[in-house]
Write a protein that binds this ligand. Structure first.
Ligand code: IPD
Ligand code: CA
Ligand code: CA
Length: 266
């Protein structure tokens, strides 16, 4: 696929989808409900997913799509062929509460390897984009991660799942990290957390999430010079780009020390 066309397509799609999310909220037209008992979802999450799906299939009818609302079939992550991975709105709780930290995330992969990714925040009008081998940009300008002088001087972000079963383990992990870093942030959008590592607004991010939270932003971080891996084991046969347990993404100099601390909590 010619890369200029691909980039133009994904960026245009993310902007259009983001505008729909923003306008729906500005019109006070949010309809909220719950999935799996406790997880907040709005009608806009589903509409944006439909919009992105229709545009991808109109252009690439034989491509597969893994998306949070309409096709959250995790077995798709193992596909060899072309795969799109979509989070229609990452940061839904922020979105529903009127906060501005939420984004549309779209990634394109071949054989489990990310080729292009876009994360667009329609509230700040910031569009993070990357293509494999071509660097990462924020609104068209190249971005690079920071070079913190030490883990002790680093700002670290994380998040928490909707279900509460693992809260005590996560609090122990949080305490271990907080002992060794400057401070922690819980901003509410994993995709933006990772893009913020890419552009130097954060030094590190760790969490267990889902493939759609990660796919586009991880490529953006990699292309911005971040170290991207896991603080637990990635089982054989899983794509590094989509394996979303124990994700760790950092400015390069602090990856190993932070990984050692986190690995002791798994
Ligand atoms: C959530 C956000 C949040 C993270 C959760 C995700 P959603 O995604 O990325 O920051 O902590 O684990 O599920 O539900 O808003 O798309
Ligand atoms: Ca998400
Ligand atoms: Ca979502």
């Amino acid at each position: 696929m010619p890369s200029d066309n691909l980039r133009e397509f994904i960026e245009g799609l993310a902007r259009k989808a983001g505008q729909h999310a923003r306008q729906t909220r500005e019109r006070n037209a949010l309809v909220t409900q719950y999935k799996q008992g406790q997880e907040l979802v709005t009608q806009a999450d589903v509409e944006v997913d439909e919009m992105i799906r229709a545009a991808i299939l109109a252009r690439f009818p034989d491509h597969a799509i893994l998306s949070e609302e309409l096709s959250p079939d995790l077995s798709l992550a193992g596909l060899e062929g072309p795969l799109w991975v979509v989070d229609p709105i990452d940061g839904t709780v922020n979105y529903a509460y009127g906060h501005s930290q939420s984004a549309v995330s779209i990634a394109y992969l071949e054989s489990g390897v990310a080729k292009a990714g876009v994360v667009y925040n329609p509230f700040s009008e910031e569009l993070f984009a990357a293509e494999a081998g071509h660097g990462a940009t924020l609104n068209g300008r190249p971005v690079h991660c920071r070079e913190p002088e030490s883990l002790r001087m680093s700002l670290v972000a994380t998040g928490f799942p909707y279900h509460k079963d693992s809260i005590s383990e996560l609090c122990q992990r949080l305490e271990a990290v907080l002992q060794h870093c400057r401070d922690l942030r819980r901003l509410g959008s994993a995709a933006l957390d990772i893009c913020w590592v890419a552009c130097g607004r954060l030094d590190a991010y760790y969490e267990t999430v889902s493939p759609w939270d990660l796919a586009a932003a991880r490529l953006i971080a990699l292309e911005a010079g971040a170290s991207c891996g896991h603080f637990g084991r990635v089982p054989p046969g899983f794509s590094e780009a989509l394996y979303s347990e124990h994700v760790l993404i950092t400015a390069p100099g602090i990856y190993q020390p932070l990984r050692e601390i986190l690995a002791q909590t798994v």
